[in-house]
Design a protein around this ligand. Structure first.
Ligand code: DGJ
Length: 648
């Protein structure tokens, strides 16, 4: 039997070819050495009324081979694979299988990440026929887990309520999360964890599905991939998106954060001001400049003009596609903003087009629509088919022009509607060209930071986060809603990717007000931005804001690079020289000092020094911080805090 053990940082994954050479199966996955001993996955009983493959811990199966308990690959007709070869080269294990009747070659690819506990898996399917083959279903990977009653954790929601962390126990049957929006979507993030031990995250920026099923054999099988169909031409090879598999001996979020850090380029993360919530579509340049000047005085480092700066964009019915500034003074305005010491950033929505735009008049055939039918409008706009080479050229050259004509160092790439009216392949070409544009930006405009956004958090998959510098998790900036959104987000992604603004908005789902300090500390949990109408802030508010921005700059490296512990209404960031704790009070008050009572406590985790001292000189032992906790004396106005501890 051929068997391979792939080693990640502290874990390993062992895969073998079953004796008949029909499939690959999982033997062990866990901390180093877990493969020494009998497989926890092997079927020890007789098989009745199903095939042997249906009961096996199979790694990848076409329909035909695994007819009853679910397949990863479906073509026009059933398929059975036979093992051909296995080899490790350049850090990738490739297990090649062939179906000589269906004339397909299927290669299972595994790339263990040596520095983190992540194994990346994908599949390459080669069409050996002399005609095209349509893959109705094309999963990236399947993995069996030795649990009969899994507790699944997932992130769900809707627009303005993304990343709601939830759990479900599955005694039997199946569970499915997916998106057919053409982007990962607001409803579910392409991420799942099982028993807080095993996790998957799909690097695909289009439509997708992840399923989990308790199989009759007693294993739980998780499967993930993009949504098909996909057409493979003769002699061509289709490469699926990567599925990242994580194993955690403690927090899975720490594994995902480490992986995010590995996938991100080192980039500055300036404190930004974004004018969207303050001015909406009314982008009046003198008013914008006034906001920029106030922001600069507060200590902001980058000024971003959001939607509304281009011709015909007075509301959401026009302008998209015609990416020319409305004002002839725009170039001078950019320079004036820069003269305040701020970098300049711009909002774009390159894939969208308004029906009354010049672009649509000239290129109606660039849009997803069907002959003889009215196109579906969402937010009064249509979507360009970025999969077309001419649309890719248009988008790339438009961004090149904007970035060359103006000294822009930040782009917010938005996308405010899902794809409809698609035919043939769903979104394969669109997604690949979206990635190509992002790569182009990195290569040709490396100084430009990119913020990923799709009507809030509609496009925050692992592929996007690997190619942008920051993502906008939600349009909901209301304090208590945002706290929940960020809590969910940080289970999937690291803080250096999480854009967050301090705003004046009362809130979409929970309008309960919170202090300015609360809103600041919340936005400091990731990449701090200000979205409020700072022109309306009092002198006292501006002074408080300036102090908090300065404080954020002091802790920014720990927030972005430290090890994170999600402690409910607090987040702990640990670096070698400091432990930073951000905490928020969302519960009731004790009444202290009016009545007797004790401080609220936040218990820290995994401290490495024996004792710590805070900025007031208070010394704590690690035992105290771990078992008793950091004290907070909350009042109605003191509802959030930043604590910095240094090893004593
Ligand atoms: C949706 C984004 O999430 C918002 O931040 C803002 O950029 C608007 N689009 C602008 O139309």
């Amino acid at each position: 039997m051929s068997q391979w053990t792939l080693r990640m940082a502290t874990t390993s994954y062992t895969v073998a070819i079953e004796p008949g050479g029909r499939w690959a199966e999982l033997v062990a996955w866990g901390p180093h050495g877990v493969e020494v001993g009998p497989s926890a996955y092997a079927n020890r009983g007789d098989v009745h009324f199903i095939t042997e493959a249906d009961a096996a811990p199979i790694e990848y199966a076409p329909r035909g081979e695994r007819p009853f308990t679910g397949a990863d690959l479906e073509i026009d007709g059933d398929s059975w694979l036979t093992f051909e070869s296995g080899a490790e080269e350049d850090g990738v294990l490739r297990l090649a299988f062939v179906d000589s009747v269906a004339q397909l070659r299927v290669v299972l690819c595994y790339r263990p990440e040596p520095a983190v506990d992540v194994l990346s898996r994908w599949v390459e399917v080669t069409n050996l026929r002399d005609e095209s083959v349509r893959l109705a279903k094309i999963g990236s990977a399947g993995v069996c887990l030795p649990v009969r009653e899994p507790r699944l954790s997932f992130l769900h929601g809707e627009w303005a309520r993304e990343f709601q962390l939830d759990h479900v126990s599955l005694p039997a049957g199946g569970f499915r999360i997916s998106s057919s929006y053409g982007v990962p979507g607001h409803n579910y993030a392409p991420w799942l964890s099982v028993d807080d031990t095993w996790g998957v995250s799909l690097a695909w920026s289009g439509s997708w599905e992840i399923t989990a099923e308790v199989e009759p054999s007693g294993l739980t099988r998780v499967r993930a991939g993009m949504l098909g169909p996909v057409v493979v031409e003769p002699g061509e090879t289709f490469v699926t998106p990567e599925l990242a598999l994580a194993y955690a001996t403690d927090d899975l979020s720490r594994v995902w954060h480490a992986y995010d850090r590995q996938r991100s380029r080192p980039a500055r993360k300036p404190v930004l001001y974004n004018s969207w919530e303050a001015t909406g579509f009314e982008v009046d340049l003198p008013k914008q400049l006034e906001l920029a000047r106030i922001a600069a005085d507060l200590g902001v480092e980058l000024f971003v003009v959001d939607d509304g700066w281009f011709v015909g964009r007075h509301d959401d019915t026009g302008g998209l596609g015609d990416w020319y500034p409305e004002s002839p003074d725009f170039g001078a305005f950019v320079e004036e903003v820069r003269a305040t010491g701020l970098e300049f950033g711009l909002w774009v929505e390159p894939e969208s087009v308004s029906p009354k735009s010049q672009l649509y008049a000239e290129h109606p055939d660039w849009v997803y629509q069907m002959d003889g039918r009215e196109p579906t409008l969402i937010r009064n706009q249509m979507l360009l088919n970025l999969g077309l080479p001419e649309v890719y050229e248009f988008v790339t050259s438009t961004l090149d022009r904007l970035l060359t004509e103006h000294r822009i160092s930040y782009l917010k790439w938005d996308m405010n509607r899902p794809a409809t009216e698609r035919s043939g392949e769903l979104d394969n070409a669109h997604v690949r060209n979206y990635w190509r544009v992002l790569e182009h930006l990195r290569t040709h405009h490396p100084h430009v930071l990119v913020e990923g956004c799709a009507g809030g958090g509609g496009r925050t998959d692992l592929a996007t986060t690997g190619m942008v510098d920051v993502v906008w998790p939600s349009d909901n900036t209301a304090p208590l809603d945002r706290l929940k959104i960020q809590h969910g987000f940080l289970h999937m992604h690291a803080p250096h990717l999480m854009s967050s603004w301090v705003t004046d908005a009362p809130g979409f789902f929970d309008a309960r007000p919170r202090s300015l300090r609360f809103r600041f500390v919340l936005a400091m949990a990731g990449v701090l931005g200000i979205g409020a109408d700072v022109g309306d802030w009092s002198a006292a508010e501006r002074e408080e804001a300036a102090g908090l921005i300065a404080r954020y700059k002091d802790i920014r490296d720990v927030v972005h690079g430290g090890e994170v512990r999600l402690l409910g209404d607090a987040v702990q960031y640990s670096a070698a020289d400091r432990v930073v704790v951000l905490a928020w009070n969302t519960g009731s008050l004790t009444g202290v000092p009016m009545v007797p009572g004790q401080s609220s406590r936040v218990r820290l985790r995994d401290l490495t020094a024996e004792s710590y001292v805070d900025e007031n000189g208070q010394v704590y032992s690690a035992a105290h911080l771990t078992h008793v906790g950091v004290p907070f004396d909350w009042t109605a106005s003191h509802d959030a805090d930043v604590v910095v501890l240094r090893p004593a």
